[in-house]
Design a protein around this ligand. Structure first.
Ligand SMILES: Nc1ncnc2c1ncn2[C@@H]1O[C@H](COP(=O)(O)OP(=O)(O)OP(=O)(O)O)[C@@H](O)[C@H]1O
Ligand SMILES: [Mg+2]
Length: 214
């Protein structure tokens, strides 16, 4: 059974779709089979994946997400789920069936608030799962994104997230002009634009999955 990874936040524009796309390529480069689920009605991820042809994908409605993700996980190593930037049924459903939840967060107070709200969904999902399996766990971590290396505001965000007891990846995704530029061409930034950041994020994500392999 493949692992389902949700990249979610109830906040819009935090870098969810960018991270799903980059993680898909990271995993493919390591030889894994990857399937992406686009549960965002804006269909940004599927637009990108259709443009590059890099990864199989399907657009799903929130109510179909559990069934579809479960089904494709039987034939792929990883299923990556992109969700709308809102507190949504899709977000809750995706978290419920995930082996890992990554919560992208810019260094901004509103993003931190929504990271907390999203993390509460993970806590709820763990509570539900433990009714049937007492050791059930869903690892989750915030991932700082669009980090301006010339500023130190990301340290404030890290402190706030820590204060809220939300785990945070050490690795982060820097603010890259090339990612911003690519958005105007309706295509994702090339993998090389992510630099070493995505390799570091991917490695930490895989380590988290391994730690909690049940
Ligand atoms: N690391 C980055 N550096 C520069 N720009 C970025 C970076 N990550 C994302 N962006 C820009 O921010 C925009 C929003 O990113 P993205 O679409 O990945 O966020 P999202 O959380 O999926 O948004 P939504 O909630 O609208 O689906 C992108 O179009 C891109 O231009
Ligand atoms: Mg998106």
């Amino acid at each position: 059974m493949g692992r389902i990874i949700t990249v979610g936040s109830s906040k819009g524009g935090v870098g969810k779709t960018t991270l799903v796309n980059a993680l898909a390529e990271f995993l493919k480069r390591r030889g894994a089979s990857v399937f992406c689920i686009d549960a965002d009605p804006n269909k940004n991820l599927s637009g990108w994946l259709a443009a590059t042809g890099m990864v199989e994908f399907r657009i799903v409605q929130a109510d179909d997400l559990v069934q579809v993700a479960n089904e494709v996980s039987t034939s792929h190593d990883f299923v990556l789920v992109d969700v709308p930037g809102a507190n949504s049924t899709a977000l809750v459903n995706a978290i419920d069936i995930s082996s890992l939840v990554l919560i992208p967060t810019k260094a901004d107070a509103k993003d931190v608030v929504e990271a907390f709200r999203t993390y509460q969904h993970v806590v709820n999902a763990i509570t539900k799962a433990r009714r049937f399996s007492p050791k059930a766990h869903i690892p989750a971590a915030a991932v700082l994104s669009q980090v301006d290396r010339r500023a130190s505001v990301d340290q404030i965000a890290r402190k706030q997230l820590e204060g809220l007891s939300i785990p945070i990846l050490k690795a982060d995704l820097g603010l890259k002009a090339s990612i911003n530029h690519a958005s105007f061409a309706q295509k994702p930034a090339p993998y090389s634009a992510m630099g070493d950041d995505i390799e570091a994020i991917g490695a930490e994500a895989l380590a988290l999955l391994e730690t909690f392999r049940g």
